[in-house]
Design a protein around this ligand. Structure first.
Ligand code: NJP
Length: 241
């Protein structure tokens, strides 16, 4: 069902984004992948080593409007469409509120919120013209259950993302365009200042499990929208609301 479709995946240098790129490639999706470092080209090479083709990698910062527009236009020119956008790039800051600097506040909002806005804005005219498209944004479980400690900044960005996508979804549904969030709990990656594979993270979700959930969302029949998907490891405690 996804075979031949075209996707842009942001933040695919490693972690969840790289796993999403691999999962979509396995299902025949043509890919544009981005990251802000040259590591993104390694992801392309790794995918090609596994036999996948039709992959463009761009070193492009999600906070820079011009770079975002170039990525989206280059994708449309090369592949003729943009069927799927996965807003995955994100950063985490874990600090007590009194220790957060204004620079950290702005930077985190720029990547986690403005980056989602810029890519969503850039693909919208294309998807409206196509009368189809799916936008999946990596939000977080913290968008419902605020992080209890050192999490105010990160939590604030994901609440913003949740509100933005919730509104965009309603704006675009009349054009056949779907917009959703996926809201994982703890995932074993190098996110923030953590290290993938640490012993304490053995029972956390794995990046490829989140990637499978993203694929399930984009593969849903065109008349069906999965608005949000919350998933978390069984070991993670939640305040249930
Ligand atoms: O993070 P990590 P995850 N422009 O740090 C890229 C959410 N999430 O995979 O720029 C473009 O391994 C960076 O590439 P590079 C989380 O909020 C996670 O765990 O080349 N790209 C890298 O590829 C985030 O939205 C957990 O260094 C930029 C990628 O982003 C998403 O899942 C829980 C960039 C980050 O890879 C992926 O997180 C949760 C920029 N300016 C939600 N800045 C979790 N891990 O537990 C960074 O609820 N990147």
């Amino acid at each position: 069902m996804l075979n031949g479709q075209v996707a842009i995946v942001t933040g695919a240098s490693r972690g969840i984004g790289k796993a999403i790129a691999l999962e979509l490639a396995k299902h025949g999706v043509k890919l544009t992948i981005t990251g802000s470092s040259d590591e993104i080209h390694r992801t392309k090479r790794d995918l090609e080593d596994e036999g996948y083709q039709d992959i463009f990698s761009f070193r492009a910062d999600v906070t820079k409007e011009l770079e975002v527009e170039q990525v989206v236009q280059a994708t449309k020119t090369a592949f003729g469409a943009v069927d799927i956008l996965v807003n995955n790039a994100g950063v985490g800051v874990s600090k007590k509120v009194e220790d957060i600097t204004v620079e950290e506040w702005k930077k985190t909002f720029e990547v986690n919120v403005q980056g989602v806005f810029l890519y969503t804005k850039a693909v919208t005219p294309i998807m409206k013209q196509q009368q189809s498209g799916t936008i999946v944004t990596l939000s977080s479980d913290v968008a419902r259950y605020s992080l209890p400690e050192k999490g105010s900044l990160y939590t604030a960005t994901k609440y913003a993302v949740q509100g933005f996508i919730g509104s965009v979804a309603q704006e675009l549904q009349q054009y056949g365009v779907r917009a959703s969030t996926i809201n994982p709990g703890l995932v074993d990656t190098n996110f923030g200042d953590t290290k993938q594979g640490e012993a304490a993270k053995t029972d956390w979700l794995k990046a490829d499990e989140v990637a499978e959930a993203v694929r399930y969302m984009v593969e849903a029949p065109k008349h069906m929208v999965i608005d949000e998907m919350y998933l978390h490891p069984l070991c993670q405690q939640y305040p249930r609301t």
